[in-house]
Write a protein that binds this ligand. Sequence first.
Ligand code: NAP
Length: 458
Amino acid sequence: MDNIFPVLYLLAAAGFILAIKWMNSPATARRGVVVGEIGMLLAVVGTLLRHEVVTYEWIFIAFFIGSAIGVPIAYYMPMTAVPQRTAFSHACGALASALIGTAEYYRHVPHGTVIVALVLETLLGFLTFTASLMAFGKLQEILPTRPITYPRQNIVNLGIFGFAAALGVALIVSPEMRWLFPIFAITSLVFGVLLIIPIGGADMPTVIALLNSYAGLSASAMGFALHNQLLIVAGALDGSSGFILAVIMCRAMNRSFRNVLFGAFGTIQVSLKQAVERPVRSASPEEAAEILDAARSVVIVPGYGMAVAQAQHRIRELHDILAKRGVDVCFAIHPVAGRMPGHMNVLLAEADVPYDRLVEMDEINPEFSRVDVALVIGANDVVNPAAQLDKTSPIAGMPILNVHEAHTVMVIKRSMNPGFAGIDNDLYYMEKTLMLFGDAKTFVSGIVKELNAAVAGA
Ligand code: NAP
């Protein structure tokens, strides 16, 4: 029986690695999720069969409590709330890791490399727990989303982290000083809160990727403390993939880690231009349908508003009818459109938009000057020319989709309100731009209806 654990664990680890590989592309993502789930099942079964399990009762009680929380969250939290959902699961994972570390410490005050792993596990576990809860609160808007800053904040934060690290070192040197452990745990919890306070809601998704990395490293350290190889592998995969994701997101937004963690980005900036009312041209669904019908090439640019309106199925219908009428239609995908990496890909895949119609930013940008109509649906920051033209803009340097180079631009949004970065968008005031005011799903349905009527009348 004992020989079966390494085999189950090996298969589980292979499942996790394949899951990450397959989730890289929308075409194989479903397969990736399934193989990851199978890997997790094998890991759980393997662990439950181990002879070290003292009692199953508590495990099953925890299992039912966890499922009672997790299943409704999975079913009822909307896709647009995935970042906060992820933050919440990191909080739970990190708390589990920290509590296991605490239990292990009090159970048999370990020494040597085990106490080193255990200190790392609990430090990262506790700080990730409170930091993830704070991130959840900010994203869910239970807490203020703007950065909260005060003088010498970074010095205070570094000081508290230094204190927690010093307590950790003291515990490694003298593990039997048990009274130090609660102070160490509380300092780590406090540091997690202070770490997130100065970070604005705008940077929260990147911070969540980083917290994912911390939770993974904590789990990996737990693997060393418990001599569990699968935890080491799974934690290391989680830690490194979270870190890589955070780097990708920083690059896509042209930000540095230092800037994300200490820059207090996300304060609502009211530009002078916004204070002055500027005229815009608007159009109705009928007019928009006519323009689209007359075009030879159309690039649809989806953004966060498409996710809010859940307009992806209507947009698929629009794609189909235009394609049937001989228009060359494709989708331009910005790496940080929406609120999580791959947000647009997931929604468009859900609506069965063919993958080969999705074009990445670097590939589509040189084409925009040849495009007849760019139809922006609920995107704002990712098409804001200020990123290229205004060096003082908070999004200066962020790569954007060059929608402003298309012959005609149409933008579906409900109002002139700014997007995530809180800044005005000059694209809306250009002569070639038509604003299509309304909810994305309703407006696109209106256009589809007009196009269908044109087909029926022809
Ligand atoms: P955005 O800048 O947040 O703009 C979304 C626009 O959608 C808003 O201007 C809003 O205007 C409109 N909208 C909202 N609900 C709508 C509805 N029901 N129907 C029609 N329009 C609607 O979004 P984005 O262009 O996708 O840019 C993403 C932003 O998130 C970037 O700043 C990016 O840096 C940031 N971010 C993304 C990630 C990521 O991983 N994807 C991570 C971190 C940060 P109205 O209110 O007027 O309708």
